[in-house]
Design a protein around this ligand. Structure first.
Ligand code: NAI
Ligand code: MG
Length: 507
């Protein structure tokens, strides 16, 4: 194996990266297939940008169907090889070694993610404990690959039991809004269960996936257990989704791409896990503690510059406190520090790409045209410290009605829509008048209101007087057009297994 030289220098958070971490020069234009780091078969590559500056920071190998095919073959070989003989505690020890290596290299990984997709170091460095827990959770699951003995009413002396076995080769297709975490929702259960994987990271943020693949090998993961093919979604991603020797696809991304993946799965009846778009309702009652609820609701929408699948982008506010909440919300949003996330004081980084920025600006324009009131923000930030980065002000729309485009479509930017309601029934009817069902929240001092709304919102994950917390042992999931397949919790690991019933005639 000849891993590229990717030792980035660890730096104090916020240090300006005048000289670039070496991974930006060397880890690029390389795919990991089996034990080989090498270029795409076609020799093609494409630019990768730092969204805070608009600069090209790396070139990535542009894998295509032939690279995907080589990677799937490597994953199949590994699935059938020595890896299949590893005992649960062997896999657990591997995961614990990976955990320690990731923790040791965490500052570099966090900086890499900041440079690659723009999230501030305040956020990426802050993920250390969370990612540690995520990996520890899956390390603990290796011994839960277990069936059961089951009663039966068959004649004769037949014992019935179930066995669990890993499903095989998993295709992991992930988005750009937080690959440092989101790859673990695939790598964790793959390594815990004895599956193998081909990862296709997003074209706008592949670097942390490449670096972690190196650390997996360094920790002693056998060759081929995890392979990485960078490339375009419509080419490399589509080839992975179509491939007849892939058993399961774990996908996070847009609903539109999710549909294509469902169609592609028909080739060999693949198992699927789909976490798709969202337009999550956040319901704020007049009896809520506004000092907590307003900043909480604002960050539910603005965190990660709004680029979170379960962002609480539709803020339903009880009419009696509507004016007060809107005023507090705009005041709060003006205090948020937007900028290059390499500065530790920055709270909101750029939008990931020029294309996504255009998309967000287009929605802001539509919001005004359809008659919503732009209460604050709404402009692209450019020049001066913002340079040519893809920055946009945190944006608050008041006077929004639930049928407006900005209240129905996923914007994936720092835009919140305030929509008034009268009582819980009214709030729920508005909240559920949407195609998505990923998350939702309620802010209230009344336990009865909290439970009524928790029962009433049609979504996979509900928060009460908080937003966005996810524990790996509990997990989260979607409903309706937000997709299916729970992430986290014991059932997540189970989804990477298949079950066999054994009928044992003892006569
Ligand atoms: P996307 O769904 O196209 O991309 C997600 C991943 O799928 C990427 O790795 C991409 O390369 C891959 N992909 C694209 N086309 C594919 C295909 N035909 N077959 C297999 N894989 C394919 O999302 P995109 O274009 O980056 O963002 C568009 C919108 O999607 C955003 O504005 C946002 O609304 C939504 N989105 C939602 C996310 C979530 O976490 N729910 C994450 C990213 C985007
Ligand atoms: Mg990038």
């Amino acid at each position: 194996m000849s891993p590229p030289n990717v030792q980035a220098q660890a730096r104090a958070p916020g240090a300006h990266l005048a000289d670039r971490p070496a991974i930006l020069q060397h880890a690029t234009q390389r795919l990991l297939i089996g034990d080989q780091w090498g270029p795409a078969a076609s020799g093609k590559s494409f630019d990768s940008f730092n969204p805070a500056t608009g600069e090209v920071i790396a070139r990535l190998a542009e894998g295509d169907a032939s690279d995907i095919d080589r990677a799937v073959q490597a994953a199949r070989l590994a699935f059938n090889g020595e890896w299949s003989q590893w005992k649960p505690y062997d896999r657990q020890r591997l995961l614990l070694r990976i955990h320690d290596l990731i923790d040791k290299n965490f500052e570099e990984l966090a900086l890499l993610e900041t440079l690659d997709m723009g999230a501030p170091v305040q956020r990426t460095l802050g993920l250390r404990r969370y990612i540690s827990q995520l990996i520890m959770f899956y390390a603990g699951q290796t011994i839960n690959v277990a069936g059961a003995t089951l009663p039966n009413s068959l004649p004769g002396n037949i014992t019935t039991l179930s066995l669990k076995a890993p499903v095989g080769v998993v295709g992991g297709i992930i988005p750009w809004n937080g690959p440092l975490i989101s790859q673990w929702w695939i790598l964790g259960p793959v390594l815990a269960t004895g599956c193998t994987a081909v990862m296709k990271p997003a074209e706008d943020a592949s670097l942390s996936v490449l670096r972690i693949a190196e650390l997996l090998r360094e920790a002693g993961m056998p060759a081929g257990v995890v392979n990485v093919v960078t490339g375009q979604g419509g080419v490399a991603g589509a080839a992975l989704a179509e491939h007849p020797d892939v058993d399961r696809i774990a996908f996070t991304g847009s609903t539109e791409t999710g549909r294509k993946i469902i169609r592609a799965s028909a080739s060999n009846i693949k198992r699927l896990q789909l976490e798709l778009g969202g337009k999550s309702p956040d319901i704020l009652f007049a009896d809520a503690d506004l000092d907590v609820a307003v900043p909480g609701a604002a960050m539910a929408a603005f965190n990660n510059t709004g680029q979170i699948c379960y962002a609480g982008t539709r803020l339903f506010v009880q009419r009696s406190v509507q004016e007060q909440v809107l005023e507090r919300l705009t005041t709060f949003s003006r205090t948020l520090r937007v900028g290059n996330g390499i500065d530790p004081k920055v709270q909101l980084g750029p939008i990931v790409s020029a294309k996504q920025l255009d998309n967000v600006m287009r929605y802001i324009d539509i919001g005004s045209k359809e008659g919503a009131t732009l209460a604050s923000g709404g402009k692209r930030l450019q020049g001066g410290d913002f340079g040519e980065g893809f920055f946009v002000e945190p944006t608050v729309f008041g006077n929004v009605s639930n049928d407006m485009t900005i209240a129905q479509e996923e914007i994936f930017g720092p835009v919140i829509s305030v929509i008034p309601f009268d009582d819980a029934e009214h709030a729920l009817s508005l909240a559920n008048d949407i195609d998505y069902g990923l998350g939702g929240a309620v802010w209230t001092r009344s336990l009865s209101t909290a439970m009524k709304v928790s029962h009433g919102i049609k979504a996979g994950t509900i928060w009460v007087n908080c937003y966005g917390q996810i524990d790996p042992g509990v997990g989260f999931g979607g409903y309706r057009m937000s997709g299916y397949g729970w992430k986290g919790g014991p059932q997540h690991v189970d989804a990477f297994l298949y079950q066999k019933a054994v009928y044992l005639n003892l006569d």
